[in-house]
Design a protein around this ligand. Structure first.
Ligand code: MN
Length: 232
């Protein structure tokens, strides 16, 4: 069974259960363990939701709305993301995770959508966790589009939304795979990696109803292939 390392966060149970239902063996990461050592015991990486990445990591001054993640997460998750990419290990990144991924690969973030984009969609409407917040348009031909084909109407999906930051300058080697009606980046992926996909919404909140389950299946399937390749 492919082992999926999951970074610890406030509501980690939904991520753990999503991986389990997709056929993976979930392991919640210990941020005190060095990334290379931790990934030797894993076949895939899941970067989870949480607070803001410290903007010093992408060399920008700190916006007044900065709301940090738990101590140690920035350093540990950036290292895990870089190490996973170096190993071509499958990686799924969710919400804060997609922001960590973009920064780890050399991109930047929009630090506060309401101040940066006048008239933006409300990306933090305070609905129930799986509440429909806004649509996203999926990039035709993207890996994401293939994965979530069953959740799409045409090129669009309706998603939940709980963020005030987003991907800014897209990291080298990555492409945008989803965008909100206001132009906010809602997902990125690295086409030259076997499976390196990030979304800004929260697929783990649909764990009991099944929407976007294919994101977790995609990760677990790719992790299975990674495990087989490594065994040879
Ligand atoms: Mn959003």
């Amino acid at each position: 069974m492919p082992r999926i390392l999951i970074t610890p966060c406030r509501k980690v149970d939904d991520y753990v259960e999503s991986v389990r239902r997709a056929g993976g063996d979930p392991i919640v990461a210990d941020l005190g363990v060095a990334a290379p050592e931790h990934l030797r015991a894993a076949d895939g990486l899941l970067l989870t939701g949480g607070g803001d990445v410290d903007p010093t990591y992408y060399r920008e001054p700190t916006h007044e709305t900065f709301s940090p993640a738990e101590p140690g997460r920035d350093d540990a998750e950036l290292a895990l993301a870089r190490e996973a990419m170096a190993r071509r290990m499958p990686l799924l990144a969710i919400c804060r995770g997609v922001q960590v991924l973009n920064v780890a690969a050399g991109g930047t973030l929009v630090q506060d959508i309401p101040s940066a984009i006048p008239g933006a969609v409300d990306h933090r409407p305070g609905l129930a966790p799986s509440g429909a917040a806004h649509d996203v348009t999926i990039t035709p031909g993207s890996q994401l589009g293939g994965l979530i084909a069953a959740d799409l109407i045409g090129n669009a999906a309706t998603v939940n939304s709980r963020h005030h930051q987003s991907v800014g300058k897209v990291a080298p080697g990555f492409v945008v795979n989803a965008v909100a009606p206001d132009g906010v980046v809602e997902g990125i992926e690295a086409p030259q990696q076997p499976f390196c996909v990030g979304v800004q919404w929260h697929p783990e909140n649909f764990v009991t109803t099944g929407e976007f389950r294919s994101l977790f299946s995609g990760l677990v399937d790719a992790a299975h292939d990674f495990q087989q390749r490594r065994a040879r």
